[in-house]
Design a protein around this ligand. Structure first.
Ligand code: SF4
Length: 211
């Protein structure tokens, strides 16, 4: 895809949603970190249902640490992989308390050193809580980037590097949310809704649908 077309796509996504937000509920970097950690292989809706009950009771590293693994499981047992997520969350709280004064570090290496936090989670926290121009590539962004030919790659890491290279600076902060939302609601996995897609004329996918 040439760079003029790429820019048109990004301009159109921006025009449609000038201030895109995550669909996870959060009100502090710590709440966002835990919500993202819980969201692996789970929907944002299911995470919000759990954190809407959890955060009024405990929304700090000390508060959640004090619940203990079993206490935390009571709040998150409706979310997939809740056993390992509960253990990772309690370990993460412990490290935040011991090493970071109970704060979420604005530092990629320190974030990725937390149990259950990989590159994607660190990218989301750095982008959404701290305003870094990082691009967290998940399954939606991977699919949309490859289908449209906006940024093609064989792995999520390839796509992340390609997007970082080809997306102009002014769009970097928000491109992650635009592409996730586009993949979640329009360019869906099984049957993309090309007939109602706002970038249909610019997208280079060969098997567009009429839906
Ligand atoms: S035209 Fe179809 S394939 Fe292309 S971005 Fe839109 S929904 Fe996805």
């Amino acid at each position: 895809m040439n760079k003029d077309k790429r820019r048109l796509i990004l301009e159109r996504l921006r025009e449609n949603n000038p201030k895109p937000q995550t669909e996870l509920n959060w009100s502090s970097p710590f709440e966002l970190l835990i919500a993202v950690l819980l969201s692996a292989q789970a929907t944002d809706v299911s995470v919000n249902k759990a954190t809407d009950k959890l955060y009024p009771i405990a929304n700090t590293p000390q508060g959640i640490f004090d619940l203990g693994v079993d206490g935390l499981k009571e709040f998150i047992k409706t979310i997939g992989l809740f056993n390992s997520k509960a253990e990772n969350t309690i370990k993460t709280c412990r490290i935040l308390l011991d090493k970071h004064n109970g704060e979420v570090p604005e530092d990629r290496a320190a974030l990725e050193a937390l149990p259950g936090v990989g590159r994607k989670t660190a990218n989301v926290v750095l982008n959404t809580a701290f305003g870094w121009p990082t691009i967290a590539v998940d399954t939606h962004i991977y699919r949309v980037s490859n289908r449209t030919k906006l940024a093609m790659g064989k792995t999520v890491d390839d796509v992340e590097q390609k997007l970082l290279k080809v997306v102009p600076k002014e769009f970097k902060l928000d491109v992650h949310h635009w592409l996730i939302l586009h993949g979640r609601y329009t360019c869906v996995a099984r049957k993309p809704r090309c007939g109602s897609c706002l970038i249909e004329d610019l997208c280079e996918f060969k098997e567009k649908t009429d839906v």
